[in-house]
Write a protein that binds this ligand. Sequence first.
Ligand code: 0O2
Length: 221
Amino acid sequence: MELPMFYDQTEEWNRALLIYDAALKEVNTKLEILNNEFKLAHQYNPIEHITSRVKTPQSIAKKIRHNNMELTVENIVKYINDVAGIRIICSFTSDIYRIADLIRKQSDVKVLKIKDYITNPKPNGYMSYHMIVTVPIFLSQEVIETKVEIQIRTIAMDFWASLEHKMYYKFEGNAPSHITRELKECADIVSFLDQKMLAINEEIRTYSDDPMDHYREIVSG
Ligand code: 0O2
């Protein structure tokens, strides 16, 4: 991926990209291992799916400009926390906190910042759990602690965020007020739905896995 804004720093940027890409691979592998282990122990996948991306040059440049900074590789690495981003989608809100905890406990992961937009949703209704972490990247001559932004959310929260993101870019932040209002209503529905689904799942889990138990229950009235 090219960042056409500073040709004189191409080499530096390509090196940064290599490191961000390595960091995404590291975190993806960690998550896959945790998910597999959890599945083996509990016959259940806390992670529905994972996506990862390196932020586009346009989006990086926009964020740098928004913060009134000069577009240099040094500034990007220092101030842009989400150049490497991973999104983890779960079925239930309880899985979000479980996964965040497992990530936090890994000895080579350092947590720099947490933003819990689930406990404290944004005024527009945005919900998600954000962690800015660093992971060590072992190169031939040095070890580089590299920042990765991890967003953890439910399927329903992700559905909402995708539409809101589309609306935001379509209207460049000046969306018609009725659409903004309706999206906020949808965010409240998403929150209600997530709570309901979690409660139903918890109840299902109280039932035994042995089909004979259900039979005995029916027979005994
Ligand atoms: P894009 O296009 O998704 O990359 P910080 O990282 O803490 O220094 P920042 O970046 O303001 O500062 O942090 P924040 O609020 O945690 O937002 C980071 C990312 O979360 C955003 O990246 C979005 O991906 C997502 N996000 C935050 N708020 C909203 C929201 O209201 N709606 C939606 N749909 N997504 C949101 P970018 O760079 O803004 O965008």
